[in-house]
Ligand binder design. Structure first.
Ligand SMILES: Cc1cc2nc3c(=O)[nH]c(=O)nc-3n(C[C@H](O)[C@H](O)[C@H](O)COP(=O)(O)O)c2cc1C
Length: 384
């Protein structure tokens, strides 16, 4: 595994990104909500799963490729939607999309991105689109039409933020919407000149600060200004009837993101969704929610074989990927790991993150005596 960055695992990319980014941006990327018990719970639950290796299985040729919601991928890994990647690296979404396309894995465009879907779709590759509903629903329906025409094959509707999550540090740091400059965050930014010049400096030279890019031009307002009427995300009124409307409007595959209860997975199936993403938003929504990996087995039991099941929240190693597949997922998404790569070195860092995870996945498969991802099942795990 070649490495020009001095990063041998996701934790190395994490440390490198931390050094480059101002505290306020770093905390936006890294932290959870409230007392931040959920992030540790996600990790503890993944770490508690143990493999039982098999020997003498001839694992000379290991193939990590697979299909995720009907899309061929070189590994059972995709990049999760993450808004505001453009604050971590200049035009960050392009860097994420390019690295994913080069690696041959799917990339999910966030509706909260600071580049619009047209700009990102130019990269090509396997593209998915994630939706949060704006207050003015017609704006959201409009962006769906554009995303579909531009080649996004699957729509992820994020359901685990019905109300605003309690991210106290954002307000403390002055990183709410709009951004509020204060003595602390000004100092913080000045102490990170590489970020200041390489990210904000380049936007300033281009004449435009980052904005909610997927809004029509007359409704966009940059991060220093208040949102225009109708353009704040508002999901409190989302119900299954609203999901049915989205199902009717979206001609491609539909995945509901943030499902943790088997009854919700079953209802998702009944309203015509093609898949669910078992996720607690990386512990960024409800601090005391069940660990996402602990929710996976009951959902697999209920809807497995009848719809696609994806997993995210806490994936940092190839072993996590294999564990999720063993519990019934068809693939996993990575959020923070991708942003660590982005924050460390832009596209090269994201490529490095994907190399590391793919290599670790291959290695774990070899240790378990498996040569293709389709063979990963509950037999690889010790009884709990
Ligand atoms: C900085 C950041 C921004 C995010 N933005 C979005 C978003 O715009 N839409 C969304 O559905 N999920 C968003 N998420 C959640 C991710 O899609 C994903 O569910 C989560 O990061 C998975 O956990 P992990 O970070 O441990 O991999 C975001 C996560 C992070 C860390």
């Amino acid at each position: 595994m070649a490495d020009d960055l001095g990063c041998w695992n996701i934790a190395d990319l994490h440390a490198k990104a931390r050094r480059r980014l101002p505290l306020g941006i770093w905390e936006y990327l890294e932290r959870g909500v409230e007392d931040e018990r959920g992030m540790a719970r996600n990790r503890d639950a993944l770490d508690a799963l143990k493999f039982i290796p098999r020997v003498a299985c001839n694992v000379e040729n290991i193939d990590t490729s697979c299909e995720i919601i009907g899309v061929p991928s070189t590994a059972p890994i995709a990049i999760a939607p993450t808004g505001a990647a453009g604050l971590i690296w200049h035009n960050g979404d392009l860097h994420l999309a390019r690295a994913a396309a080069k690696a041959g894995i799917p990339f999910t465009i966030s509706s909260a991105s600071t580049m619009d879907v047209e700009q990102i779709a130019e990269v090509g590759g396997k593209l998915w689109f994630q939706l949060y509903m704006w207050e003015d629903k017609e704006l959201s329906y409009g962006v769906l039409e554009r995303a579909y025409v531009l080649g996004c094959e699957t729509l992820f509707v994020t359901l685990d933020l019905p109300v605003m999550p309690n991210r106290e540090y954002l307000y403390r740091n002055g990183y709410g919407m709009p951004f509020a400059l204060n003595r602390n965050n000004m100092l913080d930014v000045m102490m990170h000149p590489r970020w200041l010049l390489g990210v904000m400096g380049r936007y300033a030279l281009g004449g435009a600060l980052p904005a909610q890019a997927n809004l029509p031009p007359n409704l966009k307002s940059n991060i220093m200004k208040s949102s225009k009427p109708g353009t704040v995300f508002r999901q409190a009124d989302l119900d299954w009837e609203a999901i049915k409307i989205l199902r009717d409007k979206w001609p491609g595959r539909l995945v509901l993101k943030g499902i943790l209860h088997p009854d919700d997975a079953e209802t998702a199936l009944n309203v015509g969704a093609d898949g669910v993403l078992v996720s607690n938003h990386g512990a960024r929504s409800l601090d005391h929610s069940i660990a996402a990996i602990d929710a996976l087995p009951a959902i697999t039991d209920r809807v497995g074989g009848r719809m696609s099941i994806l997993f995210d929240s806490g994936v940092r190693r190839g072993s996590d990927v294999v564990k999720a597949l063993a519990l019934g997922a068809d693939g996993v998404l990575v959020g923070r790991a991708a942003l660590y790569g982005l924050g460390a070195a832009g596209e090269a860092g994201v490529s490095r993150m994907l190399d590391i995870l793919q290599d670790e996945t291959r290695r774990v498969m070899g240790m378990l005596g498996l040569t293709d991802t389709g063979a990963i099942g509950s037999q690889v795990l010790a009884p709990r």
